[in-house]
Design a binder for this molecule. Structure first.
Ligand code: ADP
Ligand code: MG
Length: 488
């Protein structure tokens, strides 16, 4: 049995994501959706709950919700209902938030997520419970530098901005899996133009529900909910910190109490905001100002027809056309720009398997080290295709080429010129290589004997010695041939 992230406990994680829909106006009012405008400049009587106003549903938001549902394999319902979620807060002037509750627009979907388990890379299906539309609240500003001392100001620019809440089943088993799911989900909403997914602006944020149970136990443990995490790094850290807190409690014979938690990145610890017994009672009921949202099946199908080729379909095509594994295809199609880059490399002449392997190994590592997305990198698809062609043609070695990837990612450039400039041409000149091989053979007589005796792994050692002597520039094919001839 896998021990997973904790030796004694299995970690169970379910995520609630709020993503801001890409609309020009708000969910129930014509006020513009804005970023960085002066406070209270993007409001309308509906956002401020002035007496006598009525909400009018934004049709584009409905279309985006349908797109999100279809792209995540949900059932999109022909009827859904807006409800009032009642609570008091200064940035919520109506005294309730309009959300969907008992009848959300989408239910029962899933996403395939690339994960690593016990060193194996595989795809894991994470189920999506529901997707519903709701409005965002305003912002309370407590910052004394802005408000003057002892004052809180309220900015209603965000009040009524359309959100999708996407709720997963408790299907994730580690912080890494949670982040892997979020990466796929974020790229899906970006792929289909539902949201810009900008985490820094809070346009894609996550509440993480975390519980522990003994390995092999059937029942889930009591969960806590970590609120409003808006970077992948904090999400992973926060979940890790919460696992540690719960494990310590359980180890000491204590119980986890259901609670809402906040993460303090400075101390790398989670703390309780409020316990569940004091939880708000939202007194949900259908909003009498809004009729049920009714869509007919043909409308849903019309929206389906406007979707781009989705990541899953593209992954299946990559597997079929290029013989990639399902994991490789899923990683390559995880973002549209990444998949486009792969296709452009193939278009520029590289074979599918070679392009995939260079991108997934070397390019991805270089991007990750620099915290770059492919679109922000200077590496041109033609350059990568050119470099691959040079390796395959024996004009430079894989090792030399690998050494250039970081530079190409960071500064771009022409691989032909770089190889020439750095003197990285492969040494395939037989005379030179025969001399090096003879030196290596002379220096390692015992190893040569073992190879003659059938110990194949010694071959790699001798190859390695030749590579070392030639600073990685020897054409491995030629070296192998000469070694075979010499050793017999
Ligand atoms: P609430 O409305 O109180 O937040 P939900 O039933 O909507 O409750 O669940 C919220 C999230 O909690 C879902 O993503 C679900 O997968 C997750 N969840 C439920 N039970 C557990 C558990 N025992 N451990 C971890 N996550 C859980
Ligand atoms: Mg919740």
């Amino acid at each position: 049995m896998s021990i997973g992230v904790h030796p004694d406990y299995e970690v169970v994680i379910g995520l609630e994501v709020h993503t801001q829909m890409r609309t020009a106006s708000k969910l129930f009012s014509p006020a513009p959706v804005s970023w960085g405008e002066p406070p209270n400049h993007c409001v309308h009587p509906v956002c401020l709950a002035l007496p006598g106003v009525l909400p009018v549903l934004n049709v584009l938001a409905v279309e985006l919700a349908i797109r999100a549902g279809l792209a995540t394999h949900c059932t999109v319902h022909e009827q859904s209902v807006f409800a009032r979620k009642n609570y008091f807060y200064p940035d919520l002037p109506k005294g309730y938030q309009i959300s969907q509750y008992e009848e959300p627009i989408c239910t029962g979907g899933w996403l395939n997520v690339p994960v690593e388990r016990d060193g194996e890379r595989e795809l894991k299906r994470i189920r999506i419970t529901r997707i519903h539309m709701e409005e965002d609240a305003g912002k309370s500003i407590h910052d004394a530098a802005v408000t003057g001392r002892d004052a809180t100001h309220v900015d209603f620019n965000r009040a009524g901005v359309p959100l999708l809440e996407i709720v997963s089943e408790p299907d994730m088993r580690s912080p890494e899996e949670a982040v892997a799911y979020l990466r796929v989900l974020r790229s899906v909403v970006r792929y289909i133009d539902v949201s810009d997914g900008d985490m820094e602006k809070g346009n894609f944020r996550c509440d993480a529900n975390v519980s522990l149970r003994r390995h092999g136990a059937e029942e889930f443990g009591t969960r806590t909910e970590l609120k409003n995490l808006n970077s992948f790094r904090f999400i992973e850290e926060a979940i890790r910190a919460e696992i540690e807190r719960q494990a310590e409690l359980l180890d000491d014979g204590g119980r986890v109490e259901q609670a809402t938690m906040a993460y303090d990145p400075g101390r790398r610890r989670t703390r309780v905001l409020r316990f569940k017994e004091n939880a708000d009672d939202y007194r949900y009921f259908p909003d009498p100002d809004l009729v049920p949202l009714v869509l007919d099946a043909s409308h849903i199908e019309r929206v389906r027809a406007t979707l781009p080729e989705l990541a899953d379909a593209r992954a299946t095509r990559f597997q079929r056309d290029f013989g990639l594994s399902d994991y490789e295809a899923a990683v390559l199609t995880a973002s549209r720009t990444f998949a486009d880059f792969f296709e452009a490399v193939v278009e520029a002449g590289a074979g599918g398997t070679a392009a995939a392997s260079w991108i997934l190994r070397d390019v991805q590592r270089a991007l990750k080290d620099r915290d770059l997305e492919i679109e922000a990198s200077a590496l041109r698809p033609e350059a990568l295709a050119g470099l691959i062609a040079m390796v395959e043609g024996g004009r430079t070695t894989a090792r030399s080429a690998r050494g250039l990837i970081a530079e190409l990612v960071e500064r771009g450039g022409d691989p032909e010129a770089l190889v020439a400039e750095r003197g990285l041409e492969a040494v395939s000149d037989t005379g030179t290589l025969e001399r090096v091989v003879d030196e290596v053979i002379a220096a390692h007589p015992d190893d040569v004997e073992r190879l003659r005796g059938g110990e194949q792994k010694v071959l790699n050692f001798l190859m390695g010695q030749v590579m070392k002597q030639t600073e990685g520039k020897a054409d491995p094919g030629v070296v192998r041939k000469i070694l075979a001839e010499r050793v017999g």
